[in-house]
Write a protein of this length. Structure first.
Lengths: 143, 184
């Protein structure tokens, strides 16, 4: 590839990357009212695309994600609360559809896991520090 | 003692989780709708759009609802087995034609054969969301009173049929082919 073509290629690459990011969202316009629209955006950001799994329905360009966004949009237009919309979706697709699943016996390990691991790490760290502090100062170690 | 036991225990726990994870299928997501009454729906029939097909037609008999579409490659793979089931199982199979073009769908059935008693056409996909459907093929086993007994995601094969569906069907029907119960 010649050097002269490089800027064109770069511009195309940038357009490609930037384009894919806005593609999913720009398909629909959400709500006119900014507050309602912000709520809509926040909500679809927390709902998982079941087909793509590691994307929210806000990020996914595929068809079923668009259907779920439409569902969220319609339910919001009917004045349903966020909690009602989430419980509607999780009763059909399972808790997996929510990025923040409700706290219940099957999700205790999921929610408590990080705190428990942090506590264990803190405990071990404190013990090491204490053992280190108790060690007599070795004059050769001081630099 | 603690010095060694704790890290080893931690390692074993993490290793245990990771080892379990190796044999889990991340695509397998249990449906919360199993054991629940199937959401009511009524949609235009694929064959004759002036009539409606829905949960009301499925009442009183053990039935299958199979989600399909001509855009779905795996549905083509599954089709031969559905035809076989429609001949041998004695369980009516209802089709749920998802977001499809009517002409292509009819052509598909004319070319490959029609295993369905009737197909309901969900062009917009509203009913699909209400049923927790997120792709095709998906197959629901529905009891006479409208309770969802089982949901299978991905193509139906003789193996999955024998393993996941048959035990429930036997329990509900007694013998095969499944005797029909008309009305409620």
């Amino acid at each position: 590839m010649s050097v002269a073509r490089l800027p064109t290629v770069l511009a195309m690459l940038i357009a490609l990357v930037a384009g894919s990011a806005v593609l999913a969202i720009d398909a629909e316009n959400g709500f006119e009212d900014p507050a309602l629209n912000a709520r809509y955006r926040a909500l679809i950001d927390e709902i998982r695309c079941m087909k793509c799994q590691n994307q929210s329905i806000a990020d996914s360009p595929i068809d079923v994600a668009a259907d779920l966004r439409r569902q969220v949009h319609d339910m919001m237009a009917e004045n349903r609360s966020d909690a009602e919309i989430k419980s509607y979706l999780s009763s059909r697709y399972g808790d997996f559809i929510l990025y923040r699943p409700p706290l219940k016996p099957t999700t205790w390990a999921l929610w408590a896991g990080p705190a428990v691991l942090l506590a264990i790490g803190g405990f071990v760290f404190a013990r090491i520090l204490r053992a280190y502090a108790r060690r007599p100062i070795d004059p050769d170690d001081v630099t | 003692m603690w010095r060694y036991a704790l890290p080893i225990a931690a390692f074993l726990i993490v290793a245990g989780f990771l080892y379990r994870g190796l044999s889990l299928n991340p695509r397998y997501i249990p449906s919360p709708m199993v054991g629940q009454p199937a959401p009511e729906f009524s949609l235009p029939s694929l064959r004759d759009p002036s009539t409606e097909i829905g949960t009301a037609d499925m009442r009183g008999q053990l039935s299958l609802l199979n989600v399909w579409g001509t855009w779905c490659v795996e549905c083509r793979y599954e089709h031969a087995f559905l035809l076989e089931l429609s001949r041998t199982s004695g369980i009516p199979i209802y089709g749920f034609n998802l977001k499809d073009d009517r002409e292509s769908a009819l052509e598909w059935l004319a070319t490959l054969g029609d295993p369905y008693v009737e197909s309901a056409a969900d062009v917009e996909g509203y009913v699909a969301v209400d049923w927790g459907i997120y792709g095709a093929p998906e197959t629901f086993l529905i009891d006479r009173d409208g309770t969802i007994l089982h949901k299978h995601i991905s193509p139906l094969t003789p193996d999955t049929w024998a393993r996941d569906f048959l035990p429930i069907v036997r329990e509900k029907c007694g013998s095969l082919p499944c005797p029909m119960v008309n009305g409620e």
